[in-house]
Design a protein around this ligand. Sequence first.
Ligand SMILES: Cc1cc2nc3c(=O)[nH]c(=O)nc-3n(C[C@H](O)[C@H](O)[C@H](O)COP(=O)(O)OP(=O)(O)OC[C@H]3O[C@@H](n4cnc5c(N)ncnc54)[C@H](O)[C@@H]3O)c2cc1C
Length: 491
Amino acid sequence: MTLRSGEQYLASLRDSRRVIYAGQSVDVLEDAAFARTARAIAQFYDFQCLPENRDVMTFETPAGTRAGMAFKLPTSREVLRERAAAYALWAEVTCGCLGRSPDYMNACMAALAVASGPLARVSPEQGRRAAALYERIRDEDLCLTHTFIDPFRIPVQDQVLSTGSFAVLKETDKGIVVRGARGLATLAPLSNLNFNLGMPPIMGPDGMPLSCSFVVPVGSEAVRWICRDLVMSQKSTFDAPLSSRADEMDCVAIFDDCEIPWEDVCIHAKGADMLAIGTVLKTADSMVRHQVLVRGIAKLRFMLGLAHMLADSSGISQFINIRAKLGEIVDFIHTLQAFAVTATEGAETDPETGYVLPPAEALNVAVHSYGRFHKATVDILLELGASRHVSTPQEATLDALGPQIEAYFKAKAGSASQNVALCRLAWDVAGSEWGTRQTLYEQFNSGDPTLTRVARYLRYDMKAAMGMVKRILGNPPTPSEPFPAPKRTSG
Ligand SMILES: Cc1cc2nc3c(=O)[nH]c(=O)nc-3n(C[C@H](O)[C@H](O)[C@H](O)COP(=O)(O)OP(=O)(O)OC[C@H]3O[C@@H](n4cnc5c(N)ncnc54)[C@H](O)[C@@H]3O)c2cc1C
């Protein structure tokens, strides 16, 4: 098989999936809100098939078929540029508002293939399965979700012992049997497979920690997908310009003694072998975060345009403090663009995998900075709009009273309708339920920003930094050297 059309993707959702919303099983193709989001994902598949997008969005596989560009393995900086161009083209369509369009997990699967070499050094069989999984998902152009947290977990040692914890109950000659809850599967109801990451470790059948990565069909009868409240608005696209388009549902997965065949288990490591998963995570960090970064740039550009137009529409853009706020968003974009250059031009051949990977630490900083920039931009949108966010009538009111209220809602825009539409869009992004979930997503989807910052601090080479301090403290100025120069070794 090769690239799927939107219709083929939609047809693939017709299976026995158990998506639970408000106590009921939902048919995701029949329920209006789920079906509308499914169409937004279907658009991705149609978009990459369009003749004019084909060269940017897809590539030729070794077998001569075409596959999504995010599946292309990064053998050079040029491939990283190609991957970035594909992310950017699609993100332009959605204004960066679909966090989990399929290219996100496609990048994750490419990372799995990249890490399959080091995995094979620990276990040839698991390395083979990882590479085979990647090829299958690429060639069938499947849509994935992923799980890697224990929802509502009790931290530290209780985590492994708590009854709700996710665990491998037993291992048979056919595969493993898993039970428990796993989160948080964004887009699960509209995906084909779930990829469960092997970190943090879970409890194995012998009660010992186990790193276990596998895929499971979303349509498996042994998994239930428990949905949060919908944040999709039922309002018209005028009243809710973005939140009426798509809601990438987040789900807790409940595995009811679900059997996973060995062929679908690509990491199964205990003790020291668990370190092997580190390579997968590091590779996924750099490759997936590259997609997050490029999409984030598109989204901030969109939010800048919105903030600028909002400020202009009420005439406040003449004030210097307002311009400074808009300038702050511009700075955010420049900062992320610098990271994007680093991602490709600073990429080096990774000695472990042999592939050219974006620098993981820089990408780590980039996406967590982006989470903060997004939140700060939301705050700016709220401040710029102030009471306009809560003074906006509905489309139906404008239709009913149009000429009578035109002058009162027009501000500096061409018409009341244009001004209200702009304010409603700003509220949708910054203040609606949908917007709040987006802000949470941008902060947390790449892991906990606080703990990852702490980890970066602990990893940082303090020796050289402290050496500078010690040099100043330990060496008074001399006439020839007001600043004591560091000792340099020749050669
Ligand atoms: C909208 C959304 C979509 C998501 N989609 C996915 C997905 O598709 N797949 C997936 O697997 N995950 C997904 N996640 C989960 C995401 O990876 C986690 O939110 C993230 O890793 C943080 O974990 P947590 O939510 O359990 O927060 P917690 O770990 O419970 O942390 C809550 C707060 O406590 C603080 N904290 C936690 N531990 C410590 C500590 N030891 N010391 C000090 N402070 C601490 C954190 O900084 C944080 O502010 C999603 C999250 C969101 C919000």
